[in-house]
Ligand binder design. Structure first.
Ligand code: ATP
Ligand code: MG
Length: 408
């Protein structure tokens, strides 16, 4: 991609109201634009990052048997009345009437929609288990959306739903997804903890959250400094410094954190209300066991910026970066063009700053946009190139073939 064509340009100033790092840097770098409070356009750079995040999530969902589909976002009131959540979740749901007086909601989640699919398609125990997921927009009437893209009124989520014949089968799969989620957050590069947490408008039981340790997080979590024990502060009083209830060796420490994922063992509550039954091998009718699993992929992008930036800009991890390499030439257009074309041929995802601007401006923009590798072509580099990683200070002069090998 040629930077002269990239929409839009970077900005020198962050919006006045932007307090969090992700808000300031993602807007300045041209990754996203705010339409109104809690509502964002993902610009071409931002959409590249979210697409990469989604692909990592998709691979791990497919690896546990998930089947991708796409469900509607406009829902009739009727379906939400069947579980009572039209009333129970009134605060977060956007509900409205059309001009004919018919009532609708914009999707804040999809349990009821999946239940409707199940009751139309499941009769026998042989039809189960079922694992389906989608990536789509969620709408939530958040009281005071702030923290940039961490909290939107409209945001992107991957949600997976699983349906089972027995409680044991539900818990076995739930554990599998918990491991898949840990793989996803490891692949994304996060330092995270799994915590017990309340179920909100989804379940009276407990759930598990995936919490990224970050100063800018809205949540507070407690976890053991020795073992995997962790809990959201919402669920427990003050426990800092006390002995870990699980391993009895570690101490409980506290951290601010960003919730990036949440998994919900929902049981038969939804099936009983929406009449989703199957017949077992003895011909007996039983309710379906159900669980749901969410990851906010736009929040993940914001969380990545919160944990990986400096005062000059974003520092993307290679696996989620909008481009593999940022090619910058200092008055060497002809040579840079050759290298650019060679990189494209080798299937390296390259952004070439081909603009006629001062070298200082090119470097400042490269630091702001945060592509992990910067490759510089100048009069001094001869038939080699300068390689510098965004995360460090080391500068190397190497051949083009070496850079291609490294980038692959
Ligand atoms: P929070 O406690 O932060 O309001 P939640 O617990 O209500 O979130 P869930 O229903 O658990 O959210 O949604 C699953 C995932 O969707 C969350 O773990 C988070 O990654 C993402 N998410 C939830 N609400 C938002 C939001 N308003 N903006 C962006 N992402 C969100
Ligand atoms: Mg949650």
């Amino acid at each position: 991609m040629l930077q002269s064509k990239l929409f839009p340009k970077t900005r020198k100033e962050a919006p006045k109201e932007a307090e969090s790092a992700n808000h300031q840097l993602l807007v300045r770098g041209g990754f996203m634009d705010q339409l109104m409070a809690g509502s964002w356009t993902l610009l071409p750079l931002g959409w590249r990052v979210v697409t990469k995040i989604n692909q990592i999530i998709r691979e791990e969902m497919n690896a546990v048997g998930g089947q991708e589909m796409l469900m509607p976002l406009l829902h009739p009131r009727k379906i939400w009345d069947q579980t009572g959540r039209w009333e129970k979740a009134k605060e977060v749901m956007y509900q409205f009437k059309d001009t004919r007086g018919k009532e609708f909601a914009l999707s804040f989640t999809h349990e009821e929609i999946v239940m409707d699919l199940l009751r139309k398609n499941v009769t026998s125990h042989k039809d189960l288990p079922i694992y389906v997921y989608h990536f789509s927009t969620k709408f939530r009437n958040e009281a005071r959306p702030r923290s940039g893209i961490l909290r939107g009124r409209e945001f992107m989520m991957k949600d997976l739903y699983s349906a089972h014949t027995t409680e044991k089968d539900m818990w076995d799969y739930y554990e599998k997804v918990k491991i898949a989620y840990s793989k996803i957050f490891k692949r994304l590069g996060f330092d995270f903890r799994v915590t017990d947490a309340p179920g909100g408008v989804f379940t009276d039981g407990n759930t598990h959250e995936f919490q990224v340790l970050a100063e800018g997080g809205e949540d507070t979590i407690y976890f053991c400094d020795k073992c995997s024990w962790g809990v959201n502060k919402e669920l427990l009083g003050d426990k800092v410094g006390k002995e870990c209830p699980k391993c009895k060796k570690g101490k409980i420490v506290e951290s601010r954190a960003i919730e990036v994922g949440n998994i919900f063992p929902l049981g038969t509550w939804y099936a009983e209300r929406m009449k989703v039954y199957y017949t077992d091998d003895k011909g007996k009718k039983k309710p379906v066991w159900f669980a749901s699993y969410g990851i906010g992929s736009t929040r993940v992008m914001g969380a990545l910026v919160e944990v990986s930036h400096d005062d000059k800009g974003i520092i993307w991890y290679p696996q989620v970066a909008p481009f593999d390499v940022h090619l910058i030439d200092i008055n060497q257009k002809g040579k840079a063009k050759e290298i650019y074309e060679k990189l494209l041929k080798e299937k390296v995802d390259v952004l070439w700053d081909d603009r006629d601007v001062a070298a200082g401006e090119k470097f400042a923009d490269a630091d702001l946009i945060g592509i992990p590798v910067r490759m510089i072509i100048s009069a001094d580099t001869g038939d080699k190139v300068e390689w510098k990683e965004r995360a460090g200070d080391k500068v190397e002069i190497i051949t083009l073939d070496q850079t291609i090998k490294r980038l692959k």
